[in-house]
Design a protein around this ligand. Structure first.
Ligand SMILES: C[S@@+](CC[C@H](N)C(=O)[O-])C[C@H]1O[C@@H](n2cnc3c(N)ncnc32)[C@H](O)[C@@H]1O
Length: 244
Protein backbone atom coordinates (compact mmCIF):
# COMPACT_ATOMS: atom_id res chain seq x y z
CA UNK A 1 0.00 0.00 0.00
CA UNK A 2 2.72 2.48 0.98
CA UNK A 3 4.56 1.98 -2.32
CA UNK A 4 1.36 2.64 -4.24
CA UNK A 5 0.70 5.83 -2.28
CA UNK A 6 4.03 7.39 -3.18
CA UNK A 7 6.29 9.32 -0.78
CA UNK A 8 4.02 12.31 -0.04
CA UNK A 9 0.90 10.31 0.78
CA UNK A 10 2.82 7.55 2.56
CA UNK A 11 4.57 9.97 4.96
CA UNK A 12 3.84 8.89 8.57
CA UNK A 13 1.79 11.43 10.57
CA UNK A 14 -0.10 11.15 13.89
CA UNK A 15 -3.84 10.37 14.00
CA UNK A 16 -5.50 11.04 17.38
CA UNK A 17 -8.66 10.03 19.19
CA UNK A 18 -11.37 12.68 19.52
CA UNK A 19 -13.95 13.09 22.27
CA UNK A 20 -15.48 16.33 21.03
CA UNK A 21 -19.27 16.51 20.75
CA UNK A 22 -20.48 14.57 17.69
CA UNK A 23 -22.10 16.46 14.83
CA UNK A 24 -25.85 16.80 15.20
CA UNK A 25 -27.98 14.44 13.08
CA UNK A 26 -31.58 13.32 13.55
CA UNK A 27 -30.52 9.66 13.63
CA UNK A 28 -27.70 10.50 16.06
CA UNK A 29 -30.26 12.04 18.41
CA UNK A 30 -32.31 8.83 18.29
CA UNK A 31 -29.15 6.83 18.99
CA UNK A 32 -28.43 8.91 22.12
CA UNK A 33 -31.71 7.77 23.68
CA UNK A 34 -31.55 4.11 22.58
CA UNK A 35 -30.10 1.37 24.78
CA UNK A 36 -28.45 -1.89 23.69
CA UNK A 37 -27.16 -0.68 20.34
CA UNK A 38 -23.61 -0.66 19.03
CA UNK A 39 -22.59 1.74 16.24
CA UNK A 40 -19.62 3.92 15.36
CA UNK A 41 -20.46 7.59 15.76
CA UNK A 42 -19.33 8.60 12.30
CA UNK A 43 -21.95 6.25 10.76
CA UNK A 44 -24.85 8.59 11.59
CA UNK A 45 -24.28 11.20 8.87
CA UNK A 46 -23.84 8.29 6.42
CA UNK A 47 -27.17 6.73 7.46
CA UNK A 48 -28.81 10.12 7.24
CA UNK A 49 -27.59 10.67 3.69
CA UNK A 50 -28.55 7.22 2.34
CA UNK A 51 -31.74 6.30 4.24
CA UNK A 52 -33.89 8.83 2.46
CA UNK A 53 -36.52 6.58 0.88
CA UNK A 54 -36.57 3.56 3.16
CA UNK A 55 -39.88 1.67 3.30
CA UNK A 56 -38.66 -1.89 3.94
CA UNK A 57 -35.40 -2.34 5.77
CA UNK A 58 -33.47 -5.52 6.55
CA UNK A 59 -30.73 -5.37 9.15
CA UNK A 60 -28.40 -8.37 9.34
CA UNK A 61 -27.29 -8.65 12.98
CA UNK A 62 -29.79 -7.98 15.77
CA UNK A 63 -27.72 -8.77 18.86
CA UNK A 64 -29.41 -6.92 21.80
CA UNK A 65 -32.25 -5.49 19.70
CA UNK A 66 -31.40 -1.81 20.20
CA UNK A 67 -30.66 -1.01 16.56
CA UNK A 68 -34.08 -2.32 15.47
CA UNK A 69 -35.72 0.04 17.96
CA UNK A 70 -33.51 2.86 16.72
CA UNK A 71 -34.62 2.25 13.10
CA UNK A 72 -38.24 2.00 14.27
CA UNK A 73 -38.04 5.47 15.80
CA UNK A 74 -36.04 7.05 12.98
CA UNK A 75 -38.15 5.50 10.19
CA UNK A 76 -41.64 5.47 11.73
CA UNK A 77 -43.44 4.27 8.58
CA UNK A 78 -40.97 1.60 7.50
CA UNK A 79 -41.20 -2.15 7.99
CA UNK A 80 -38.13 -3.16 9.99
CA UNK A 81 -36.80 -6.71 9.68
CA UNK A 82 -33.81 -8.11 11.56
CA UNK A 83 -32.08 -11.44 11.12
CA UNK A 84 -29.46 -13.07 13.30
CA UNK A 85 -27.93 -16.51 13.76
CA UNK A 86 -28.52 -16.43 17.50
CA UNK A 87 -31.88 -17.85 18.69
CA UNK A 88 -31.73 -15.33 21.60
CA UNK A 89 -32.82 -12.53 19.28
CA UNK A 90 -36.31 -14.03 18.77
CA UNK A 91 -37.39 -12.02 21.85
CA UNK A 92 -37.10 -8.81 19.80
CA UNK A 93 -39.74 -9.88 17.28
CA UNK A 94 -42.47 -7.26 17.68
CA UNK A 95 -44.96 -7.53 14.81
CA UNK A 96 -47.36 -5.08 16.49
CA UNK A 97 -44.74 -2.39 15.96
CA UNK A 98 -43.85 -3.70 12.49
CA UNK A 99 -40.49 -5.02 13.74
CA UNK A 100 -39.87 -8.58 12.60
CA UNK A 101 -37.02 -10.84 13.60
CA UNK A 102 -36.03 -14.13 12.01
CA UNK A 103 -33.29 -16.51 13.13
CA UNK A 104 -30.85 -17.93 10.60
CA UNK A 105 -27.46 -17.65 8.97
CA UNK A 106 -26.73 -14.67 6.73
CA UNK A 107 -24.87 -16.98 4.32
CA UNK A 108 -27.74 -19.47 3.99
CA UNK A 109 -29.49 -18.56 0.76
CA UNK A 110 -32.58 -20.68 1.48
CA UNK A 111 -33.02 -18.82 4.77
CA UNK A 112 -32.48 -15.46 3.06
CA UNK A 113 -34.96 -16.51 0.38
CA UNK A 114 -37.60 -17.26 3.04
CA UNK A 115 -37.02 -13.81 4.63
CA UNK A 116 -37.38 -12.17 1.21
CA UNK A 117 -40.53 -14.14 0.49
CA UNK A 118 -42.07 -13.08 3.77
CA UNK A 119 -41.00 -9.42 3.87
CA UNK A 120 -39.24 -8.43 0.65
CA UNK A 121 -38.36 -6.89 -1.59
CA UNK A 122 -36.28 -4.61 0.62
CA UNK A 123 -35.23 -1.15 -0.47
CA UNK A 124 -32.57 -1.02 2.26
CA UNK A 125 -30.25 -3.77 3.49
CA UNK A 126 -27.75 -3.07 6.26
CA UNK A 127 -25.18 -5.76 6.94
CA UNK A 128 -24.09 -5.52 10.58
CA UNK A 129 -23.81 -9.28 11.01
CA UNK A 130 -20.84 -11.53 11.65
CA UNK A 131 -18.43 -9.28 9.67
CA UNK A 132 -16.26 -12.05 8.25
CA UNK A 133 -15.20 -11.68 4.64
CA UNK A 134 -17.24 -14.73 3.59
CA UNK A 135 -20.37 -13.50 5.37
CA UNK A 136 -20.21 -9.98 3.96
CA UNK A 137 -19.64 -11.21 0.40
CA UNK A 138 -22.13 -14.12 0.47
CA UNK A 139 -25.00 -11.97 1.80
CA UNK A 140 -24.28 -9.26 -0.75
CA UNK A 141 -24.12 -11.72 -3.64
CA UNK A 142 -27.57 -13.06 -2.78
CA UNK A 143 -29.38 -9.97 -1.52
CA UNK A 144 -28.13 -7.18 -3.79
CA UNK A 145 -29.60 -8.66 -7.01
CA UNK A 146 -32.89 -9.00 -5.12
CA UNK A 147 -32.89 -5.46 -3.73
CA UNK A 148 -35.68 -3.20 -4.92
CA UNK A 149 -34.57 -1.03 -7.87
CA UNK A 150 -33.42 2.33 -6.49
CA UNK A 151 -32.53 0.68 -3.16
CA UNK A 152 -29.34 0.84 -1.08
CA UNK A 153 -27.13 -1.91 0.33
CA UNK A 154 -24.95 -0.83 3.26
CA UNK A 155 -22.10 -2.94 4.58
CA UNK A 156 -20.78 -1.61 7.86
CA UNK A 157 -17.78 -2.41 10.01
CA UNK A 158 -15.65 -3.06 6.96
CA UNK A 159 -12.78 -2.30 9.37
CA UNK A 160 -13.11 -5.98 10.34
CA UNK A 161 -11.53 -6.83 6.97
CA UNK A 162 -8.22 -5.72 8.48
CA UNK A 163 -8.49 -7.84 11.65
CA UNK A 164 -7.29 -11.45 11.52
CA UNK A 165 -10.22 -12.68 13.64
CA UNK A 166 -12.58 -11.94 10.73
CA UNK A 167 -10.34 -12.97 7.84
CA UNK A 168 -11.88 -16.35 7.04
CA UNK A 169 -10.73 -16.08 3.42
CA UNK A 170 -8.11 -14.12 1.54
CA UNK A 171 -10.53 -11.97 -0.47
CA UNK A 172 -11.93 -9.20 1.72
CA UNK A 173 -15.09 -7.15 1.20
CA UNK A 174 -12.80 -4.26 0.27
CA UNK A 175 -11.30 -6.49 -2.47
CA UNK A 176 -14.83 -7.47 -3.50
CA UNK A 177 -15.78 -3.78 -3.71
CA UNK A 178 -13.04 -3.35 -6.31
CA UNK A 179 -14.67 -6.19 -8.30
CA UNK A 180 -17.98 -4.34 -8.05
CA UNK A 181 -16.23 -1.26 -9.44
CA UNK A 182 -14.87 -3.36 -12.31
CA UNK A 183 -18.34 -4.86 -12.90
CA UNK A 184 -19.79 -1.34 -13.03
CA UNK A 185 -17.38 -0.68 -15.92
CA UNK A 186 -17.71 -4.06 -17.69
CA UNK A 187 -19.25 -2.59 -20.86
CA UNK A 188 -16.05 -0.60 -21.46
CA UNK A 189 -14.13 -3.87 -21.31
CA UNK A 190 -16.04 -4.90 -24.48
CA UNK A 191 -14.87 -1.81 -26.38
CA UNK A 192 -11.62 -0.29 -27.53
CA UNK A 193 -12.43 3.35 -28.26
CA UNK A 194 -14.85 6.14 -27.41
CA UNK A 195 -16.25 6.02 -30.99
CA UNK A 196 -18.14 2.92 -29.97
CA UNK A 197 -20.17 5.14 -27.60
CA UNK A 198 -20.49 8.16 -29.86
CA UNK A 199 -23.88 9.36 -30.97
CA UNK A 200 -24.23 9.06 -34.77
CA UNK A 201 -20.82 7.40 -35.27
CA UNK A 202 -20.59 4.42 -37.62
CA UNK A 203 -18.59 2.49 -35.00
CA UNK A 204 -21.20 2.98 -32.31
CA UNK A 205 -22.19 -0.36 -30.73
CA UNK A 206 -25.85 -1.15 -30.18
CA UNK A 207 -25.41 -3.88 -27.59
CA UNK A 208 -22.72 -5.66 -25.57
CA UNK A 209 -22.96 -8.67 -23.23
CA UNK A 210 -22.21 -7.71 -19.62
CA UNK A 211 -22.71 -9.25 -16.17
CA UNK A 212 -26.12 -8.49 -14.64
CA UNK A 213 -24.28 -6.46 -11.98
CA UNK A 214 -23.22 -3.95 -14.64
CA UNK A 215 -26.82 -3.08 -15.39
CA UNK A 216 -27.92 -2.61 -11.77
CA UNK A 217 -25.02 -0.92 -9.93
CA UNK A 218 -25.76 2.78 -10.04
CA UNK A 219 -22.96 3.93 -7.75
CA UNK A 220 -20.67 2.79 -4.96
CA UNK A 221 -19.82 5.01 -2.02
CA UNK A 222 -16.85 4.09 0.15
CA UNK A 223 -16.65 5.67 3.59
CA UNK A 224 -14.41 4.88 6.57
CA UNK A 225 -15.60 1.34 7.44
CA UNK A 226 -18.83 1.56 5.42
CA UNK A 227 -19.51 0.64 1.79
CA UNK A 228 -22.82 1.71 0.26
CA UNK A 229 -23.87 0.24 -3.07
CA UNK A 230 -26.83 1.92 -4.75
CA UNK A 231 -28.99 -0.15 -7.07
CA UNK A 232 -30.07 1.70 -10.20
CA UNK A 233 -33.75 2.64 -10.32
CA UNK A 234 -33.92 1.23 -13.87
CA UNK A 235 -31.74 -1.18 -15.83
CA UNK A 236 -28.81 0.88 -17.14
CA UNK A 237 -28.11 1.61 -20.83
CA UNK A 238 -24.80 2.08 -22.60
CA UNK A 239 -23.45 5.60 -22.04
CA UNK A 240 -23.51 8.02 -25.00
CA UNK A 241 -20.59 10.23 -25.97
CA UNK A 242 -21.05 13.55 -27.76
CA UNK A 243 -18.29 15.30 -29.68
CA UNK A 244 -18.96 18.74 -31.10
C1 LIG B 1 -22.43 -6.40 15.71
S1 LIG B 1 -23.73 -7.43 16.27
C2 LIG B 1 -25.16 -6.58 15.69
C3 LIG B 1 -25.32 -5.30 16.38
C4 LIG B 1 -26.63 -4.58 16.14
N1 LIG B 1 -26.97 -4.44 14.75
C5 LIG B 1 -26.50 -3.20 16.76
O1 LIG B 1 -26.34 -2.22 16.01
O2 LIG B 1 -26.51 -3.11 17.98
C6 LIG B 1 -23.54 -8.77 15.19
C7 LIG B 1 -24.59 -9.84 15.25
O3 LIG B 1 -24.39 -10.67 14.11
C8 LIG B 1 -24.78 -11.97 14.46
N2 LIG B 1 -24.18 -12.95 13.53
C9 LIG B 1 -22.94 -13.48 13.57
N3 LIG B 1 -22.79 -14.37 12.57
C10 LIG B 1 -23.95 -14.38 11.88
C11 LIG B 1 -24.42 -15.11 10.76
N4 LIG B 1 -23.64 -16.00 10.14
N5 LIG B 1 -25.68 -14.89 10.34
C12 LIG B 1 -26.48 -14.00 10.96
N6 LIG B 1 -26.09 -13.28 12.04
C13 LIG B 1 -24.84 -13.47 12.50
C14 LIG B 1 -24.33 -12.14 15.89
O4 LIG B 1 -25.08 -13.15 16.53
C15 LIG B 1 -24.54 -10.74 16.46
O5 LIG B 1 -25.76 -10.67 17.17
Amino acid sequence: MLDALGPDLARQVPMRSDDSAPGDTAIGRVFETTENVHKLRHYFPIYQSVLTRTERMLEIGVDRGGSLRMWREYLPDATIVGLDISPKVAQYDDPQNDIHVRVGDQTDTSFLSSVLEEFGPFDTVLDDGGHTNKQMIASFQYLFPRLKPGGVYIVEDVCANYWTLYRDQRESFVDFTKWLMDAMHAHYQQMSSVYQLMEGHQKRVKEVRVPFATTIIDRIEVFDSVVVVHRAAESKHLPRAVFR
